[in-house]
Design a protein around this ligand. Structure first.
Ligand SMILES: [Zn+2]
Length: 354
């Protein structure tokens, strides 16, 4: 029965999403509303016409092309009000797919064009997440992103601002952007400071560059999780390092195929990594840019890897264990997830058709 889990059943499965970009997950309807409000004209008059500007093209060839889609929404996310709304709606979307917990990430420096500072951007996002958590019961925390290509000064500002919100809605920092052009060692000062300030780090690596980039993120920048980590299967030494240090990978399957981090589902290293003792988690990356949902991510994996219901629950629990939450809160979430999974599995066994 493993490969016959229906879409409805997958949607009902309790989940978490640890790798979810705010600006890549804005609904087109919301961009239209924000544009009307700010008097900015759009190149489209309907959701259908707008979507091509916001989601990755079918012929997307690289991470660089994929990242271009983010430039389109950026002008509409420059006020506290817009950021609060965007964050709230991300929680709403996560609730529709039965997430119990999400970590939403964003780069504060991309939202300062109209005068907000990094602290104000973070505060606005946290306010939206808190409102979403209160409305939909999904625990929601955030991660501030430093960007490859930004100056040390800009990134240090992000680290310092993030530290002020650590434990108050923010749980970690990240490094994202053009991985191949800007190696991790350029950002050692920022991540040394983060470590001193008690901010755990997850780092985008092994997406547009290979195993060395993953090694540098872990050993050089002290990453406790890796965003993607898809391109390291040719290096058994780095894979062993990741397994031994128990550094979870935040896989985002649909996105990984779009950015050509992996050529095909046949090449997707899900079982390959699992068989080597690497902790893998399943995430969306960008709901709108990747045109995905967390249900769709699991659905694709089910189809291509014939995962059983128990294996699916194991992957979800990997996410819970990898969450950047204080130990007490994490234990509470683990208990809640275990109970939800037991209920979901029990419902599956009574509704399975021959
Ligand atoms: Zn990402």
């Amino acid at each position: 029965m493993s490969q016959n889990i229906s879409q409805d059943r997958l949607k009902m499965m309790p989940k978490v999403d640890l790798h979810l970009h705010l600006d890549g997950s804005i609904k087109p309807e919301t961009i239209m509303a924000l544009a009307r409000k700010s008097g900015v004209s759009l190149p489209a008059n309907s959701v259908e016409e707008l979507l091509p500007y916001m989601k990755a093209d079918k012929g997307c060839l690289s991470l660089t092309q994929y990242l271009e889609k983010f430039d389109f929404v950026s002008p509409f996310l420059q006020t506290a009000e817009a950021l609060e709304l965007a964050a709230f709606e991300v929680v709403e979307q996560a609730a529709e797919h039965h997430c119990l917990y999400i970590e939403v990430r964003f780069a504060p420096q991309l939202h300062t064009r109209s005068g907000l500072n990094a602290d104000e951007v973070i505060a606005a996002v946290i306010a939206g997440l808190n409102r979403g958590e209160a409305s939909f019961g999904v625990k929601a925390r955030c991660i501030a992103i430093c960007l490859r290509g930004h100056t040390g000064e800009m990134n240090l500002e992000v680290v310092k601002a993030a530290a002020r919100y650590m434990g108050h809605g923010l749980v970690a920092i990240d490094l994202a952007g053009a991985e191949a052009a800007y190696p991790a060692e350029l950002y050692s000062e920022e991540f040394r400071l983060a470590r001193e300030l008690g901010l755990p780090a997850t780092i985008h690596a092994g997406e547009a560059a290979g195993a060395e980039s993953v090694r540098e993120a872990v050993l050089g920048l002290n990453a406790r999780r890796i965003g993607h980590g898809i391109r390291m299967r040719d290096n058994s030494e780095v894979m062993s390092l990741i397994a031994e240090l128990n550094i979870p990978l935040e896989l985002c399957p649909v996105s990984n195929l779009q950015t050509k981090a992996v050529e095909s589902w046949e090449d997707y290293p899900l079982r390959y990594y699992m068989d080597r003792g690497i902790t893998v988690t399943v995430n969306t990356d960008n709901l709108t840019v990747s045109d995905t949902t967390i249900t769709k991510e699991y659905s694709e994996l089910c189809e291509h890897f014939r995962l059983s219901a128990e294996e699916l629950c194991g992957l979800v629990m990997n996410g819970v264990k990898s969450a950047f939450l204080p130990e007490g809160e994490k234990e509470e979430l683990m208990k809640k997830m275990a109970a939800s999974q037991a209920a979901w599995l029990a419902a599956a066994s009574t509704s399975t058709s021959p």
